[in-house]
Design a protein around this ligand. Structure first.
Ligand SMILES: O=c1ccn([C@H]2C[C@H](O)[C@@H](COP(=O)(O)OP(=O)(O)OP(=O)(O)O)O2)c(=O)[nH]1
Ligand SMILES: [Mg+2]
Length: 147
């Protein structure tokens, strides 16, 4: 069990903490903390504030992922998907949205714009070697096994 602590930044007392919309949902939905409606023109990208900062243990990362409903209905997605929130980041969590649809899209305050999925990170050490262990695949990739 990991504890994640959120801080509502000044002026965002009305913004909900990230929350699951169903019992076993993987993602905690994030609300837009825009002070006034923001319009994303087709092809346009904007950094949308969430009004939240967070602290989590070093063994986890938070991923900011698109909501499929917004993507399907309006072409709205996260440009850097999945966004990475580092455990040592204490700034405002922001969501980089892009409009890949054909119509302008308006983001209103409190709208659920993305979801946050928490992932446990394996402990890693980095090293270097002249030779890597052989595998059957070897260097084959990018369609090597067929389409
Ligand atoms: O969707 C995102 C992605 C990142 N961040 C914040 C938290 C993260 O810890 C920090 C840096 O993100 P990242 O490592 O992806 O960006 P970078 O371009 O490598 O910036 P930096 O040099 O600050 O690490 O920006 C967000 O708020 N939302
Ligand atoms: Mg980085």
């Amino acid at each position: 069990m990991f504890q994640i602590v959120f801080k509502r930044l000044a002026g965002n007392e009305d913004i909900a903490l990230p929350s699951k919309m169903s019992e076993w949902a993987a993602g905690f939905d994030l609300q837009a903390a825009v002070t006034e409606p923001v319009i994303l023109a087709p092809g346009e990208r904007k950094l949308i504030p969430t009004g939240l900062a967070m602290a989590m243990p070093p063994q986890v990362e938070a991923q900011v992922r698109p909501r499929s409903g917004l993507a399907y209905k309006h072409g709205i997605t996260c440009l850097n998907s999945p966004g990475t929130i580092d455990a040592d980041y204490r700034g405002e969590v922001k969501v980089l949205l892009i409009n890949l649809g054909q119509e302008p899209f308006t983001i209103n305050r409190g709208e659920r714009i993305a979801q946050m999925v928490i992932q446990q990170l394996p402990e890693i050490t980095i090293s270097e070697a002249d030779e890597l262990p052989d595998t059957v695949r070897g260097a084959g990739g990018f369609g090597h096994t067929g389409v």
